[in-house]
Write a protein that binds this ligand. Structure first.
Ligand SMILES: [Zn+2]
Ligand SMILES: [Zn+2]
Length: 518
């Protein structure tokens, strides 16, 4: 069943009605500076999202979904702003996790917390029976990226964490989609189980891997997820598999001048391991990435260091190829210990798989994202974005209008620059599809103060609402169309045939709740 026109209630004013937007802005009596900084009413956010030509061919269920998203948009924009202010690091997201749990509980979800030996992980469930559809939420911040919602470098607290990956939006937008889907299911007596997964410590802590181990995804049919970005697209696979570990060498301390011959330097072992890794680079697939830091290099030049530590990440588009590279890195570490007569502990081993594509889900996700459309900036947001773009490297700024459009569906290029995510592990266990939306000013990359700034104001919140619309519409399709779920599962079986999921994290290892050095 298709609608003949989008109802006036769904969008109080037309998105391309500039006079209407101007009127709203005047009515709000907001000064431009305050507009970026705080919560923007739902009607303004909704009014500046871009309706696509496909709006009027949407199934009726999507019309309901859009109305519900608009109803809750301002509230969850506020939630995203509160979590942005909390800016808690991985496994320490007590306030952020509690806030999201409370929101979901208040909306009628049953909440199980904590789970998987992770104090801030939780699962919120609504409904029962099949299909079981999961939505992933993240809420951890990054160290050192504290930043006001301002277009110039202005930390709120110098050196403090900030939401430079936009996970405040990710967790809140996923919760918005979940609450909307629950209301849709209730209103239409839709059978099935909806779950929101509160997944902590995405930034290096591998929170989802331990949730998978605890069996929390075992009965799930399809997982939906999204991530903040500077464009609107469906993410059909991609990202890099990653292995990480701390290589701690133990030597013998000695006076570095009087009795250097008695010493066995752990720092020498670290340096030799680094050199070995540099020589290795030439002889591994060129789309690999290896990066490391020295987290302990000794205390004083006149003491031979008896402990030293190198913290290393290695990545490749394929988990299988990465496994081979990792084995060689371990040999280099053992070689460095042998050369220096030190001993080696490899600890805090972490890792995530690459994200598997799912073509059946990608097609539906793309259609829905195109229906939802992108977003348009108000004049004040445009001014903010242009100011922010002045801080980007030459040629780094993207077209502001690009936030209004949707990228065509394509498989990721395995040679393109990419990051890693523990969503990869989920995708090896459950058919998974993801969106990215233009929450960051075009040209801004994640893990920067510019991303923190965007994630704390209305541009980020508008992108979050686009994601929530696309997630909820896709969820509604999955609950309504059993064949779609079967197709997704068939595609998943094809992708994983003969390739069993195996995490690099040792079987008995507990979540690294104190994995940071500070
Ligand atoms: Zn990140
Ligand atoms: Zn992220």
């Amino acid at each position: 069943m298709y609608c003949s026109a989008l109802s006036a209630e769904a969008l109080p004013i037309k998105a391309n009605d500039h006079a209407g937007v101007d009127y709203m802005l005047r009515a709000m009596q907001v000064r431009p500076a305050s507009l970026f900084s705080f919560r923007v009413p739902a009607f303004i956010l909704a009014a500046t999202l871009v309706p696509s030509a496909a709006f009027c061919q949407q199934p009726m269920r999507h019309q309901q979904i859009l109305e519900l998203v608009d109803r809750h948009a301002a509230h969850f924009s506020g939630t995203s702003r509160t979590i942005w202010e909390y800016a808690e690091l991985g496994y320490r997201e007590e306030k952020s996790s509690t806030l999201l749990r409370r929101e979901l509980q208040a909306a009628g979800f049953r909440v199980q917390a904590p789970v998987a030996d992770e104090p801030t992980a939780f699962v919120a469930t609504y409904g029962q029976g099949e299909p079981v559809i999961g939505i992933l939420g993240e809420f951890d911040a990054l160290p050192g990226l504290s930043q006001a919602a301002a277009p110039d470098r202005s930390p709120v607290v110098a050196g403090a964490p900030g939401h430079g990956c936009g996970h405040n939006l990710l967790g809140s937008g996923a919760a918005l989609a979940a609450v909307v889907l629950k209301e849709y299911m209730e209103r239409n007596h839709v059978a099935g189980t909806l779950r929101y997964y509160g997944t902590p410590a995405e930034e290096g802590g591998g929170g989802k891997v331990y949730m998978i181990r605890a069996g929390l995804f075992r009965d799930v049919d399809v997982v939906l997820q999204w991530h903040p970005a500077s464009k609107n697209a469906v993410n059909n696979g991609g990202m890099l598999a990653i292995n990480s570990a701390k290589f701690l060498f133990h030597g013998v301390a000695a006076h570095a001048a009087i009795a250097a011959d008695r010493g066995r330097s752990a720092l020498d072992a670290v340096m030799l391991m680094g050199n070995g890794v540099e020589f290795l680079r030439e002889h591994i697939p060129s789309n690999s990435r290896i990066h490391y830091v020295i987290t302990n290099g000794g205390a004083a030049p006149n003491v031979v260091p008896d402990t030293a530590e190198l913290y290393l990440y290695a990545r490749n588009p394929s988990s299988v190829v990465l496994g081979g590279v990792w084995d060689r890195i371990l040999k280099i570490a053992q070689g460095a210990a042998l050369m220096t007569e030190t001993t080696l502990d490899v600890r805090d081993i972490g890792g995530s798989a690459n994200v598997l594509p799912n073509d059946a889900l990608a097609k539906v996700a793309q259609r829905n994202l195109e229906e939802v459309g992108g977003l348009r900036y108000t004049p004040e947001e445009k001014h903010f974005a242009e100011e922010l773009q002045k801080s980007l490297p030459p040629g780094g700024a993207g077209e502001l209008d690009s936030a209004a459009s949707i990228q065509p569906l394509q498989r990721p290029d395995p040679n393109a620059a990419a990051a890693s995510t523990d969503v990869g592990d989920v995708s090896w266990n459950v058919p998974t599809i993801g969106f990215e939306t233009a929450t960051f000013v075009p040209g801004v990359v994640p893990h920067t103060w510019q991303a923190t700034a965007s994630a704390g104001m209305s541009i980020g919140q508008k992108g979050m609402i686009v994601a929530a619309r696309a997630l909820a519409a896709t969820g509604a399709d999955l609950f309504s169309d059993r064949q779609l779920v079967l197709d997704a599962k068939a595609d998943f079986r094809r992708q994983t045939e003969g390739r069993a999921y195996q995490s690099v994290i040792p079987a008995g290892q507990k979540p690294p709740l104190t994995y940071r050095n500070k």
